[in-house]
Design a protein around this ligand. Structure first.
Ligand code: NAP
Length: 290
């Protein structure tokens, strides 16, 4: 069993601490607002009086704070305790944030692993939870059995920004799904039809599953750049479908805000001569935009 410190006891930090305690680890906790640490003391955690005390207490320190400025503010209070320590940061941010923090920590002699949690707090320690890691492989290997208690673990590479990049990419997929679901639900529940979102799901879910089956073909086109190969639904036709979605939304009094950007991007590809391409070609349009 190992000793682990957790800095930050919001919903996620608390779930991490409770799971580690349940697995028999020695857990030290610190939180800016001390009252949030007290229930964990009842479950067997030690409460540190400062971030430095928490870092000094354990073989591994996990940060789980609201954002990177908060993480940096906490670490700045503990600069004297950082040299030679293993630090894992599970705070959500950008690849640039992770690389910058990695550089800052390296200058203070700490060993850094970044992570992206693909789970909500009740999933921690259970099936389906995944944590992506990047940064020090040595740190990851040293603590891999501890990390496995939290979630399935995947180390993506030594570049500290990778976990965040893939975390943000997965979240982008999720928000794409949510935005499509919200727009579709607004349409079926719109004036005059009296539909219910729950009744629509038995139609929507198999449709999404069927369309997910087209992703390997689209991914191949993105990787090869061959957007015009074996096209069965060309982008000029899909642009008209998107125009119809926007017009139908307006007729129904539903704001087409989720759909307009897709129409504009598909239109840009058609206007630049890509009529016969697949929808995968939109990637070429957004890659060029800064
Ligand atoms: P949360 O419940 O809002 O907790 C935020 C934590 O940050 C609290 O411990 C808070 O301390 C601390 N904090 C905020 N500003 C601070 C500052 N300036 N100095 C020191 N501490 C500060 O958030 P959470 O849900 O635990 O999320 C934590 C991280 O996990 C985030 O990066 C989030 O994106 C990531 N995450 C969360 C989920 C989720 O579903 N909850 C899922 C995946 C990833 P106080 O108690 O003193 O306010």
């Amino acid at each position: 069993m190992s000793s682990i410190s957790i800095l930050g006891l919001g919903a996620m930090g608390t779930a991490l601490a409770r799971t580690l305690l349940k697995n028999g680890h020695t857990v030290t906790v610190w939180n800016r607002t001390r009252s949030r640490a007290e229930p964990l003391a009842g479950a067997g955690a030690k409460i540190a009086e400062s971030p430095a005390e928490a870092i000094a207490a354990s073989e591994l320190t996990i940060l789980c704070l609201v954002d990177y400025p908060a993480a940096r503010a906490v670490l700045e209070q503990a600069q004297e305790a950082l040299a030679g320590r293993d630090l894992l940061n599970l705070t959500n941010g950008t690849p640039g944030d992770a690389r910058e923090l990695g550089t800052w920590l390296a200058a203070r002699g700490a060993i850094y692993l970044d992570g992206g949690i693909m789970a909500i707090p009740p999933m921690i320690g259970g099936a389906g939870a995944l944590i992506l890691y990047s940064g020090s492989r040595a740190l990851f290997d040293r603590h891999s059995s501890t990390l496995e208690a939290l979630a399935e673990s995947r180390h993506l590479g030594e570049d500290e920004g990778l976990a965040s990049l893939y975390d943000i990419a997965l979240l982008s997929g999720m928000y794409g799904l949510f935005s499509g679901f919200l727009h579709a639900s607004a349409l079926v529940t719109s004036a005059g039809y009296g539909g219910k979102a729950v009744d629509f799901l038995p139609l929507l879910l198999p449709w999404i599953e069927a369309m997910s089956g087209t992703l390997p073909d689209l991914a191949g086109k993105i990787d090869s750049g061959m957007h015009g190969r074996d096209v069965v639904s060309n982008i000029a036709m899909q642009k008209i479908a998107l125009e119809n979605i926007v017009r139908a939304s307006e007729e129904q009094g539903v704001a087409p805000d989720f759909m307009r950007p897709m129409l504009r991007l598909a239109g840009d590809r058609v206007d630049s001569g890509g009529h016969g391409d697949d929808i995968s070609a939109v990637v070429e349009v957004i890659r060029k935009r800064k």
